[in-house]
Design a protein around this ligand. Structure first.
Ligand SMILES: [Zn+2]
Length: 172
């Protein structure tokens, strides 16, 4: 009897730690997706005479990006067929604005905190090469910045509207 109770107590102590490790592992995998996508974006840009970024993430398929890379491991979303990548993609991709922007370079690639709710913040990619996590507060401030730019506001709204879930929906 004592050993059973000891096992229950041990499980109660260990399970949250295991879960935390799983969450961190998924977040790390999400970051590695971003590195893959960044490399593919750079490759796309240098291999096209127009030297522009693709208007849709699915265009990176030609750069050898696997379908799984378009879905955050923390989101629980299913990986769609390659032809449905834009439909199923889990990240917010803002690109091809034309004209000056306040947010240095494009593209911008976001994994909203929805997908990392029990760890800190989210991930993002900007044209300046940053790949990593932000605390939720930082992510909210970034969105405010994006919304402060009229062009970016439109594109971000479009991208957010495409998402069928999450709290970061299109603003009026
Ligand atoms: Zn993610």
């Amino acid at each position: 009897m004592v050993s059973i109770i000891a096992c229950i107590i041990a499980a109660a102590l260990i399970l949250p730690a295991v879960r935390k490790i799983q969450v961190l592992s998924r977040r790390d995998k999400c970051i590695s997706h971003f590195y893959d996508l960044r490399a593919a974006l750079d490759s796309y840009r240098t291999s096209n005479s127009a030297s522009t970024y693709p208007s849709r993430l699915s265009e990176l398929i030609d750069q050898g990006v696997p379908a799984a890379d378009y879905v955050c491991p923390s989101s629980g979303a299913l990986v769609g067929a390659l032809s449905n990548v834009d439909l199923w993609t889990d990240y917010i991709y803002v690109v091809d604005l034309g004209g000056p922007h306040q947010i240095t370079d494009i593209p911008i690639l976001l994994c909203p905190p929805d997908n990392h709710y029990d760890v800190e913040g989210c991930l993002l990619y900007r044209g300046d090469g940053f790949v990593g996590c932000l605390w939720k507060f930082g992510f909210d401030r970034l969105l405010e910045q994006l919304y402060a730019d009229t062009n970016l506001q439109i594109r971000v709204s479009e991208a957010l509207t495409k998402r069928s879930k999450g709290r970061y929906r299109s603003r009026p």
